[in-house]
Design a protein around this ligand. Structure first.
Ligand code: AMP
Length: 252
């Protein structure tokens, strides 16, 4: 497994003959890797010749500075999880990725303004911009994204279509803990009691009769509710618990 911190070194390696004619599967992440990320890497491993993982805590998608500084960072454990599954780890620094000072960015003007976008202004501009930069650096045949971040997945797919990107966007199902909570790097910040309580979020999201009916049930269970909405056959929700934001969705 080769680890690249400098973009120029990655670009030199990417242009070398050992990449020629081989299928590349790419998994972009913000690190603090867990079994949800591992499922994406395993899928990429099974479907491609070369697996590239990126680890970059992308500052432009954090609308809340505290959330950015508190975001968990576990670089050594991440390399341990990746070992044996991943060929190349791309972990560039923000100065190099944003040499333009974020003067150039991707903006979507419709879906990105709803739900997550309404509660996290600018979030999806940051997401789409970093995903485009990374897709352009990696030149993968396929890139893997989790359905846990449903709205992000739709927006990345939309961007790939709108901008004629050559990379296929592959959706992967949400990995959950035994009690139903979607695995997330932020779960590590919950207290033991909060972690138990958090499992009520997917349960209520899934079991309530309507999106509106879920709101008072979630509030009674101790969550602050940002939104619960039904979008065709998917119910999307975001809640706050112990100052930590959890998002999830359920198929109706
Ligand atoms: P993140 O590091 O949280 O930005 O996530 C990197 C990728 O992993 C995104 O495509 C996420 O949707 C995906 N992901 C995160 N958590 C899960 C999960 N529990 N199950 C499946 N995919 C996930």
């Amino acid at each position: 497994m080769r680890v690249f911190h400098k973009i120029s070194e990655w670009q030199t390696a990417r242009a070398a003959p050992d990449f020629a004619g081989r299928k590349i599967g790419f998994v972009p992440t913000m690190g603090a890797l867990h079994a949800g990320h591992r499922a994406l890497l395993e899928r990429a491993r099974a479907e491609n010749d070369i697996v590239v993982l990126s680890i970059f805590v992308n500052p432009t998608q954090f609308n809340d500075l505290g959330d950015l500084t508190r975001y968990p960072r576990t670089p050594e454990a991440d390399l341990g999880l990746a070992e044996g599954l991943v060929d190349c780890v791309l972990s560039p620094n923000a100065g190099e990725l944003y040499a333009d000072d974020y003067h150039y960015r991707v903006t979507e003007n419709e879906l990105s303004l709803r739900w997550e976008g309404e509660h996290r202004p600018g979030h999806f501009d940051g997401v789409l911009t970093i995903v485009l930069k990374l897709l352009n650096l990696v030149h993968a045949q396929r890139a893997y994204f989790g359905e846990k971040d449903w709205q992000q997945l739709q927006l990345v797919r939309g961007m790939a279509r709108a901008l004629f990107l050559p990379t296929e966007i592959v959706a992967c199902p949400t990995e959950r803990a035994a009690d139903g909570l979607a695995l997330s790097s932020r779960n590590a910040r919950l207290s033991p009691a909060g972690r138990v309580q958090a499992a009520l979020f997917p349960k209520i999201l899934r079991e309530s009769a309507t999106a509106d009916a879920a709101v008072p049930l979630l509030q009674a269970a101790g969550f602050g509710v940002d939104y619960v909405v039904d979008d065709e056959n998917i119910r999307l929700g975001a809640v706050q618990l112990e100052g930590i934001r959890l998002i999830d969705n359920a198929r109706l």
